[in-house]
Design a protein around this ligand. Structure first.
Ligand code: XMP
Length: 520
């Protein structure tokens, strides 16, 4: 990961915890800039003279008993440091305390008791937190004071006032930790003495700076109309105007609302958006294909072909050469693709996600990613700041392969129609019941089975629509949405009545994990 372009107040050193991103989010909510960084990167940057104002050491899966790393380079810089979970253990071990394997793991909810109210003024005597550890600090290092203990009598928090260091065995970044955010705030403002430096203004300024390097060259945007590409394109347009060309590919796998949305954006924004009708290209290549991964790959490759052709046409017919590709890449994608855990490691491919931006190197386009340091909700706030309509900015995400992965198995025109129509009904009702924004994503899936039903006086033998509605903020985990029975019943009744060829509606009550959000 490169954070060279920008100085960050706080470096969050990633020891591989699943919650590292959450530390960044909470830190930003508290008004401080931060970057996730690996141990190797910290070492390199320290060697080249770069330093943040403060370090946070994240949790991680390792055990200090098998960790041979010499951490003096972290601790000898006179920086304020907050150690969380494994980070606390690294700190305690380095300063001569004792970290031992526990007799029992503390995992999940735990109760914390304040032991020294002078080291954490304002903290309740007793509160609930989220713990996830086996090793624990048995002896507090010299110079440190015990501030909190867990209900099992284990060390839960320590502080060394002179060294400006603090360690917590629990995860203050997790929502379940009731006093967590306040402790982080106390550390940043009272221990590390940092001034706030992060907010909408700073983010927008930075995103604009990233676009300025383009000068008067031409930029191509694979525009989906979703919030990320819309915000990225709007920021870029403010800087480079009509040198930005947005292309929207119509692959024939869109819902009626997507056509409406793109036409609205064409009309109501200053963006130069061209719709490329590539329906025949996609549908002919997908004929006879039913394997989910194969469908995804065909859709991804065809996107690239369509774009390459467009770029050539612009070169040959209009003499316009594109030098940059604008993408709405967000911070979580940046972190994921650079594998921040010090030991690296590859995760298993569950699905080959495709984002239309992945154009081949031979096209020699330089990437332009103005949102690369933002989380989705931050991008949304910037979108509103830029005057984009609330309903555009809070639109549910829609995957690049569209209905292609919502008709299970082979794609037929009639199956695409069934999903499109039932989705339309679902959305109308979400709005009518005013619950659109209380779910993160909602859609319908056509199952490749027929079931028996009765329609009018006759027997029907028709297909099944599944409703999928989830609540999530990061889309990496999700829970199925528990919605009013009246709403579900209305949607079911409208779909079976209004969508030809569907006799049955079912509701997916699987969370992620183990299910994924999409069915294919
Ligand atoms: P899964 O199914 O992996 O989905 O739990 C997580 C989120 O990603 C979206 N998704 C995609 N988005 N291209 C995209 O742009 C894709 O290929 C793709 N596949 C899944 C999905 O809709 C959900 O929001």
């Amino acid at each position: 990961m490169k954070i060279d372009e920008h100085q960050r107040q706080i470096w969050i050193v990633d020891f591989g915890s699943q919650y590292t991103q959450l530390i960044t989010r909470k830190t930003r909510e508290l008004g401080h800039s931060s970057a996730i960084i690996t141990l190797d990167e910290v070492r390199e940057k320290f060697d080249s003279g770069e330093k943040p104002e403060c370090l946070v050491l994240s949790g991680g899966p390792d055990s200090i008993s098998t960790d041979e790393t010499d951490y003096s380079f972290l601790f000898d810089k006179d920086l304020p440091i907050l150690g969380i979970c494994y980070g606390l253990q690294v700190m305690a071990d380095y300063f001569g305390g004792k970290v031992s394997p526990g007799t029992q793991a503390e995992y999940g909810h735990a109760e914390i008791f304040l032991k020294n109210k002078f080291e954490l003024p304002g903290c309740p005597e007793h509160f609930h937190v989220w713990m996830s550890h086996f090793d624990h600090v048995e002896k507090v290092p010299e110079g440190f004071t015990l501030i909190m203990e867990s209900h099992n009598g284990m060390v839960a928090g320590i502080r060394d006032k002179d060294r400006k260091m603090m360690g917590l065995q629990f995860h203050p970044e997790v929502e379940h930790s009731s006093y967590g955010k306040e402790i982080l705030k106390y550390f940043y403002s009272e221990v590390a003495k940092l001034d706030e430096d992060w907010g909408k203004g700073a983010m927008l300024e930075e995103a604009t700076e990233l676009v300025k390097k383009v000068g008067d060259r031409k930029v191509l945007c694979a525009f989906s109309g979703g919030v990320d590409s819309l915000v990225a394109a709007t920021i870029a347009h403010e800087v480079i105007g009509d040198n930005l060309y947005c292309f929207f590919v119509d692959h024939g796998l869109l819902r009626p609302q997507d056509y409406g949305h793109i036409k609205t954006l064409q009309k109501e924004t200053p963006l130069n958006i061209e719709i490329i009708d590539a329906r025949d290209d996609f549908m002919s290549k997908l004929k006879g294909v039913s394997d989910p991964e194969e469908k995804r790959k065909i859709i991804g490759h065809t996107f690239i072909e369509v774009f390459e052709k467009k770029v050539h046409d612009f070169e040959n017919e209009k003499g316009i050469n594109f030098e940059f590709l604008l993408q709405g890449t967000l911070y979580p994608d940046v972190i994921e693709s650079t594998s921040p855990h010090k030991k690296g490691g590859k995760s298993v491919t569950i699905k080959s996600h495709h984002n239309v931006g992945g154009l081949p190197e031979r096209m020699k386009l330089e990437l332009l990613e103005p949102l690369r340091f933002m989380f989705k909700d931050e991008g949304r706030k910037i979108g509103e700041e830029l005057g984009l309509k609330h309903e555009w900015v809070y639109r549910h995400p829609f995957p690049g392969p569209g209905i292609g992965i919502r008709v299970l198995g082979e794609l037929f025109d009639d199956s695409i129609r069934k999903v499109g129509e039932s989705d339309q009904i679902l959305f109308e009702e979400l709005h009518a019941y005013k619950i659109y924004e209380s779910v993160a994503q909602a859609f319908t899936v056509l199952l490749p089975v027929k079931t028996v039903g009765v329609k009018g006086d006759g027997r029907a033998y028709e297909e099944v629509i599944c409703l999928r509605l989830v609540s999530t903020t990061d889309y990496m985990t999700a829970t199925w949405s528990d919605l009013p029975r009246e709403f579900l019943s209305r949607v079911s009744s409208r779909i079976t009545n209004e969508v030809k060829g569907v006799t049955r509606v079912v509701y997916d009550i699987t969370s992620k994990p183990p299910g994924t959000i999409e069915w294919e």
